[in-house]
Design a protein around this ligand. Structure first.
Ligand SMILES: Cc1ncc(COP(=O)(O)O)c(C=O)c1O
Length: 358
């Protein structure tokens, strides 16, 4: 039976990236060595990092005044690095709270600086993206979470920063590379790899050149962006295998026609799933229609007395795995990142229809 993995992350990867990972784990580029045992100082690995960086730049059309960094510590470490590096002493930043991940980012910012939560949808269990808020004119940046993995909301239009010296910062962990973006709208973009890019272990940071090396205060070496810019992400031993798999994913995306093509595919997959959720008498979406995510699609029973575990087992028996909603919201969640084939979504829809009539 064909298995489809709807996990929110670590998530399904393309067959081409997985096959290449299997080969490279055995032997990398006819070197007689596995990539897992290769020095990051070797010319093979240095050129792998250069290739990965060039592929990110080309897929996302990254302007020349931005740096690409391959870091460790997950998106969670960025929650602290961003305010440490980008807010002057006594300064502040604006945050929009759209879910558990932005709450965590806010908490970390509050440890090192003043934080203004200028918009929040917490009161309605984050089922929409707040759009009316007052920015603070002296805040260094505004932080958003572009796609909310747990609740299934996604920005369709990014807010503009009012402060002429300010900039937008986005946690794009769960929708990076799902569609084209205008990188110059942002001062900094970050994303853990393990949803739409590759395996866990590496975090992509795209940072505008003028934001590097501000050194407003003493920052531990590993937490200073300047360290990683100067050393081309090789200050310490980087996660080579994770970067390899990300680069294979980038090559796969290019072979499919790049991010405009991915956007079309992602829209098609999400639209048909949302259509079925609306049509099927058993299910409904808890999320405001205009903010529904193309990546993470939560849904619940219309009749709350029905048993979630029964539907999950029905799916599991048909090869549809990890559809349980996050423990904080319950119900179901289908994560349909780039690597989820359309036939996987079609199989889920057919299973929802079978469940309705069985
Ligand atoms: C939007 C978002 N931000 C941050 C994180 C945390 O990422 P990490 O585990 O890489 O620290 C996640 C993980 O699920 C996420 O979905």
């Amino acid at each position: 039976m064909k298995i489809y993995n709807f996990s929110p992350g670590p998530a399904c990867l393309s067959n081409s990236a997985l096959n290449a990972a299997g080969e490279a784990a055995k032997e990398y580029n006819n070197s007689g060595m596995s990539i897992l045992e290769m020095s990051h100082r070797s010319k093979e690995v240095v050129s792998l990092f250069e290739e990965g960086t060039a592929n990110i730049k080309s897929l996302l059309s990254v302007p020349d005044n931005y740096h690409i960094l391959w870091l460790q510590g997950g998106a969670s470490t960025q929650f602290a690095m961003i305010p440490m590096n980008l807010i002057p002493k006594g300064g502040s930043a604006d945050y929009i709270e759209t879910g558990a991940w932005s709450s965590k980012a806010i908490k970390e910012c509050a440890k090192v600086s003043n934080v203004n939560v200028i918009g929040s949808s917490k009161e309605s269990i984050y089922n929409y993206i707040p759009k009316n808020f007052e920015q603070n004119i002296d805040s260094s940046y505004m932080h958003i979470t572009s796609n909310n993995t747990i609740y299934g909301t996604q920005y369709k239009k990014y807010p503009k920063v009012n402060n002429p010296d300010g900039f937008l910062v986005a946690d794009m962990s769960s929708d990076i590379l799902s569609k084209p973006i205008n990188v110059s709208d942002f001062g900094l973009i970050y994303a853990g790899a393990q949803k739409n890019m590759g395996p866990a272990g590496v975090t992509l940071v795209i940072i505008r050149d003028d934001l590097v090396g501000k050194n407003y205060s003493e920052i531990p070496t590993m937490l200073n962006y300047e360290t990683h810019v100067k050393k081309k992400s090789m200050f310490n031993t980087p996660p080579v295998f994770s970067v390899f798999v990300v680069n294979e994913t980038l090559k796969w995306l290019q072979s499919l026609g790049g991010l405009s093509e991915m956007e079309k595919m992602n829209e098609r997959k999400a639209q048909k799933l949302y259509y079925e959720i609306e049509r099927n008498s058993l299910f409904k979406s808890p999320i405001a229609e205009e903010d529904r995510s193309l990546m993470n699609v939560p849904f619940i029973f219309t009749d709350s007395s029905l048993n979630d575990a029964d539907f999950l087992q029905f799916c599991d028996d048909r090869g549809l795995k990890t559809l349980k909603g996050h423990r904080s919201v319950g119900g179901f969640r289908a994560s349909i990142y780039n690597a989820m084939p359309e036939v996987g979504v079609d199989t889920l829809i057919a299973t929802m229809q079978d469940y309705e009539t069985h």
